[in-house]
Design a protein around this ligand. Structure first.
Ligand SMILES: [Zn+2]
Ligand SMILES: [Zn+2]
Ligand SMILES: [Zn+2]
Length: 139
């Protein structure tokens, strides 16, 4: 497990430190995207600045992508190994209105989105809102 995580970091040219391995482990175990606050909750002894920097490093190296789900807190989810975070790699997200979790819909690609001729796309985001699998069962 640990070896594998180290390889993932190295494949993105990120130097593996203990903190980076822990954060990556947490992200890979989580089914939903994590905010800085979520991560802080998992690591009581890590300070917020270090966690923030770790996420920024991951984002810069395209190991994670940022999701704005409308809750005001940025969330981060792991990218797939082939992801280059380019428009053709982008996918939709699902935000659950009940448990506030946000999930990647990796099969829902946004590369088909058309814009008028002279509009240059820099970012695309699509957030679908509703009830996640677990919350819709409870109803
Ligand atoms: Zn990506
Ligand atoms: Zn839910
Ligand atoms: Zn995603």
């Amino acid at each position: 497990m640990q070896d594998n995580l180290e390889e993932i970091l190295l494949s993105r040219k990120i130097h593996p430190t203990a903190m980076r391995l822990l954060v990556l482990d947490e992200l890979s175990k989580s089914e939903s995207a994590l905010s800085l606050n979520d991560l802080e909750g998992h690591f009581e002894r890590a300070d917020r600045v270090t966690l923030y920097r770790t996420l920024k490093t991951f984002e810069k190296h395209k190991l994670v992508h940022r999701i704005e789900d409308g809750t005001g807190a940025l969330k981060y989810a792991l990218c797939e190994a082939s992801c280059d975070c380019a428009p053709q790699d982008l996918h939709a997200h699902f935000h659950c209105n009940k448990c506030q979790s946000t999930f990647c819909l990796k099969d829902y690609h946004l590369s088909q989105m058309k814009t008028p001729n002279n509009f240059q796309v820099e970012e695309i985001s699509l957030v679908i809102k509703g009830l996640c699998e677990q919350c819709s069962h409870v109803n």
